[in-house]
Design a protein around this ligand. Structure first.
Ligand SMILES: Cc1cc2nc3c(=O)[nH]c(=O)nc-3n(C[C@H](O)[C@H](O)[C@H](O)COP(=O)(O)OP(=O)(O)OC[C@H]3O[C@@H](n4cnc5c(N)ncnc54)[C@H](O)[C@@H]3O)c2cc1C
Length: 416
């Protein structure tokens, strides 16, 4: 065995960037390899919510029950690209299996562990990056509803849900009045969370992490990785031009594109691109102190970032690299108009894939067949929330420290 000094991290989204920084700071030599196209990954266009409250696993009997009413064809956010049925068909069968009550309870248990302290992990990582104070904000968020009926049902659902370390209270008239002048109509009801947060802008966070990696002596390679190969206890990362980056250890953290790299290792993973859409407007009238707001009955989230106001929605299953469907941007823009949110008529439109495994738990670990190769992908709707905690787990693994027993549930070999 070679001495595990040099690590190659494949993928420089929030997950890969966070891992690279933790490993570099722990004393390893790190080379991070990414295509260098920042807008391509989910880490660019997400809504920036540190979602400590999202402890309910997505595969569940309740999700299945509500799925039909959420279809895009019926005005909802959920869609399946017909031409990609060969991708999401087999994935959906595994999703159904993960939705059985016992499997859903297991998912909730593991997700609860992972979501133990995302804000704390981010605060520690931001300090390591020597990032500006406003990068991570523990300001909580709001969930609002547009009709009294939706508010009644929504509040009841949240009261019955696990929210981990996050807590909420019903919003009073004063809280809702904060939306006067921002929306055409005050929300009918809402809840205000504490213990959650938001970032100042997702790409700003990623840049801060990558800059810190380089400042600490790590290196970056902009290239398309074709394969990752185990060689005599070490690793070769093969680039698309045929050249090779040698390392003692590697981490596959390539988001929704990780399946292709795992396939090069003979490991098949049920990973899908769950594409989301967002629009951003530099001009807006969203006050600085108004929190990130989820308009739950519209499946729409709105957050004010440094660079403007962003709104995001949609869950579209398919090829992570497929061309966007412009109807989804128009759908979001129509919601914003109906709500009365001041927004550019020509916003910056973005689409990108959440990396989602069929049981909606990430894969974090080391390959049993090739222990020099590690992986961290499949963070679904929670990749920003969980990037810093994932990096702490990977650092523990790299240092050979004992891992918590529950981490076994995240091994990729669970999908045999
Ligand atoms: C609309 C939307 C809103 C969201 N909102 C939130 C939110 O509020 N909170 C939250 O926690 N999560 C949110 N998410 C989810 C979150 O954005 C993702 O889970 C997270 O960004 C995944 O990060 P990643 O680093 O694993 O993948 P990515 O961000 O996709 O990064 C993967 C990187 O690897 C590179 N790469 C891939 N293949 C190769 C290769 N072969 N060679 C070289 N480089 C390669 C890609 O180019 C990319 O840079 C949202 C997602 C979407 C789409």
């Amino acid at each position: 065995m070679t001495t595990p000094r040099r690590w190659a991290v494949v993928g420089g989204g929030l997950v890969g960037a966070a891992i690279a920084l933790r490993l570099q700071a722990a004393g390893f030599e790190v080379v991070l390899i990414d295509r260098g196209d920042a807008r391509r990954g989910a880490s660019f266009g997400n809504i920036g919510h540190i979602a400590a409250e999202q402890c309910e696993p997505m595969p569940s009997p309740a999700t299945l029950k509500g799925a039909v009413g959420r279809l895009f064809g019926l005005g909802g956010p959920l869609d399946f690209r017909a031409r990609d049925v060969a991708l999401w068909g087999p994935w959906a069968l595994r999703f159904l299996a993960a939705s059985r009550p016992a499997a859903a309870a297991h998912g909730a248990e593991v997700l609860g562990r992972l979501l133990d302290d995302p804000l704390g992990a981010w605060t520690r990582l931001a300090a390591l990056a020597q990032a500006p104070d406003d990068l991570i904000r523990s300001t909580g968020h709001a969930v609002v509803w547009s009709t009294p009926e939706a508010a009644r049902k929504g509040l009841a659902a949240w009261r019955g849900a696990r929210t981990g370390s996050a807590t909420f209270r019903p919003m009073e008239a004063d809280d809702l009045a904060a939306y006067d002048g921002v929306l055409a109509r005050r929300p009918a009801g809402g809840i205000r969370f504490t213990g959650t947060g938001q970032v100042s802008e997702p790409q700003r966070v990623r840049d801060a992490l990558l800059e810190a990696v380089v400042r600490r002596g790590g290196s970056m390679v902009h290239a398309d990785v074709a394969a990752v190969r185990p060689v005599a206890g070490a690793v070769e990362v093969v680039l698309a031009d045929g050249s090779v980056v040698d390392a003692d250890r590697a981490v596959v953290a390539a988001g929704a594109w990780s399946a292709r790299l795992m396939a090069s290792l003979g490991v098949r993973v049920p990973l899908i691109g769950e594409r989301g859409y967002s629009v951003q407007s530099a001009e807006h009238a969203w006050p600085e102190d108004l929190p990130l707001t989820v308009f739950e009955d519209r499946a729409l989230a709105v957050a004010r970032f440094k660079g403007g106001l962003r709104a995001s929605s949609h869950v579209e299953f398919g090829d992570p690299s497929a061309a966007p469907d412009p109807r989804k941007w128009r759908h979001i823009e129509t919601h914003l108009q109906t709500l009365g949110v001041a927004f550019s008529e020509a916003p910056d439109r973005w689409c990108g894939p959440r990396p989602t495994l069929a049981d909606y738990l990430p894969a974090i670990g080391r390959l049993q067949a090739h222990p020099a190769i590690h992986y961290a992908f499949g963070h679904q709707h929670l990749g920003l929330t969980l990037a810093a905690s994932t990096a702490e787990l990977m650092e523990q693994m790299a240092l050979g420290r004992p891992a918590p027993a529950w981490l076994d549930a995240l091994r990729i070999e669970r999908f045999r």
